[in-house]
Design a binder for this molecule. Structure first.
Ligand code: SF4
Length: 262
């Protein structure tokens, strides 16, 4: 890709289509509703038989299930209200882990029933995760932030080896790396390129950041956010005009905006 090609392509993707948060809200409410329905079913069915064991047994079970019921309603409402109001409601940032570990896999399953692709659910999850990360209103020092990038951002015709030393980049401007390195210098944050999940984990262990801004596809970002929890990860989706893993792009404005927030 020539410098001109790259620049015109990059200009096009700056006008990125916003990912719909409605999908996440709809799925989380539906998942919670189905779970609550399951709990009601679990209570009603043994109710008939439990009385035979002890007269109070149905009430004990109802109390236990009621607590789980309230927990599900509280966590899903807290999440939805935090997304809508764009601030931390009902301690939603504390339950980011619950969304990551519990709701996301369930939502992918529920989405499948309604023919909603994994990619869409994951993109929506990343958007919500970002808002939860920002709603904690924590500010980080530049040296505590790691900008983690995928290898596929590098121009496929470039022969510079960047994985172990990003400064091998000559900042020629034929791929997004030049702009990203400029942001790294401007803000004084850490920057690294990973060729896969294992190297990404190794980079996180060695640099020990307190906050990660990661660029990747829906799959890698959502699994990275899950793997590194409770470390806050702000995810930015790459653009793939040539298909997956080849000469990918990233809206630099979006990266800079994330840096300003953090
Ligand atoms: S900006 Fe850096 S990585 Fe990208 S093509 Fe030029 S030298 Fe290679």
């Amino acid at each position: 890709m020539s410098k001109d090609d790259y620049q015109s392509l990059n200009k096009e993707i700056q006008d990125t289509i916003p990912v719909k948060k409605r999908l996440f809200i709809g799925l989380i409410l539906l998942t919670s509703f189905l779970l609550c329905l399951l709990l009601v079913g679990l209570w009603v069915v043994p109710y008939v038989g439990l009385r035979q064991i002890h007269p109070l047994a149905p009430y004990v079970l109802a109390g236990l299930l009621g607590l789980i019921f309230i927990g599900i309603i509280w966590s899903s409402l807290g999440l939805v209200l935090s997304i809508i109001l764009k601030k931390n409601v009902l301690l939603a940032h504390k339950i980011r882990g619950l969304t990551i570990k519990f709701f996301l896999p369930l939502m992918v399953g529920v989405g499948r029933i309604f023919n909603i692709s994994k990619q869409k659910v994951r993109a929506s999850f990343i958007k919500v995760n970002n808002e939860l990360v920002l709603s904690s209103s924590k500010k980080y020092k530049p040296q505590e932030i790691l900008l983690l990038l995928p290898h596929c951002l590098q121009n496929s015709l470039c022969d510079k080896r960047l994985t172990y030393n990003i400064y091998n980049c000559e900042e020629c401007g034929k791929c997004p790396l030049a702009g990203l390195i400029k942001l790294h210098k401007k803000y004084g944050i850490n920057i690294a390129i990973a060729t896969g999940g294992t190297i990404a984990r190794r980079i996180v262990v060695t640099t020990r950041p307190k906050m990660i801004i990661a660029v990747a596809c829906e799959r890698d970002l959502s699994s990275g956010i899950q793997d590194t929890y409770p470390l806050p990860v702000y995810g930015i989706l790459n653009k793939r005009p040539k298909g997956p893993c080849l000469d990918t792009l990233v809206p630099l404005k979006q990266v800079e905006k994330a840096l300003e927030y953090c």
